[in-house]
Design a protein around this ligand. Structure first.
Ligand code: C5P
Length: 221
């Protein structure tokens, strides 16, 4: 482990999309690449943290020098995160599917001419909210991400309150920003103290800056 301000600290990071099966060969997913979560795990590692990286099936390469736990679904991600606690901090960068298919088929659904399948959905667990509201073993710092397309600060501030987390890193994912799947990010950090707008920068720079803030928070600065 690197020497640095996070030496001796354990940080759980979630990253990537989740895949929610329809049947054994089909699934529902989203466009998350895992780039921001991976960069964050690397930045926290570089400051000396012991990082547990819980990732869905992301296209981004896995970070080196961290404990990697691969999951597919939101339900699996929840179990992996709870199993990785206790931790000093938890950062939820994953784009977890809100819903899963309730009537997923155990064997491949057959194509039948003139007949369409009907999927029904059920809500996935909200991992961030659950961890942020733990009575026992809540990490000292719980950070969520919020992908928003309008009224970024208002929606993200409301989300921070609703979920009970300490910080929300909000980003504007309107397609014209090129942020989702791109190499840059423009974020607003929402804390108890208010909203801080960061300039647009590379996802690695966002990660480095956020990791520094995590280190400050955990050292009580
Ligand atoms: O509610 P929304 O999905 O916009 O909140 C985003 C934040 O919540 C992210 O930090 C995401 O990782 C986390 N989240 C979660 N479990 C879910 C949904 C979102 O941990 N089921």
């Amino acid at each position: 482990l690197a020497d640095g301000p996070l030496k001796g600290k354990r940080v759980v990071v979630t990253s990537g999309p989740t895949h929610e099966p329809i049947d054994p060969v089909r699934y529902i997913a989203n466009r998350s690449s895992g780039a921001q979560g991976t960069a964050l795990a690397e930045a926290l590692r570089d400051l000396g943290a012991a990082v547990v990286f819980v990732t869905g099936p992301a296209v981004a390469a896995r970070p080196a020098g961290v404990e990697v736990i691969e999951v597919e679904t939101a339900v699996e991600m929840r179990a992996a995160v709870l199993g990785a606690l206790p931790a000093d901090a938890a950062v939820f960068a994953a784009a977890v599917a809100d819903w899963r298919v309730e009537n997923a088929a155990a064997s491949k659904m057959k194509k039948i001419a003139g007949k369409l399948p009907a999927l029904s959905f059920t809500e996935n667990p909200d991992i961030l909210a659950e961890v942020a509201q733990l009575r026992d073993g809540r990490p000292g710092l719980v950070v969520g991400f919020a992908a928003e397309t309008d009224d970024v600060v208002a929606h993200a501030s409301a989300k921070r309150q609703r979920k009970g987390c300490d910080w929300i890193v909000a980003n504007d994912v309107r397609p014209e920003t090129g942020i989702m799947g791109g190499s840059e990010n423009a974020v607003v950090l929402i804390t108890e103290g208010g909203a801080e707008e960061w300039p647009r920068m590379g996802k690695r720079d966002v990660a480095a800056r956020l990791a520094m803030r995590v280190a400050e928070a955990l050292s009580g600065a």
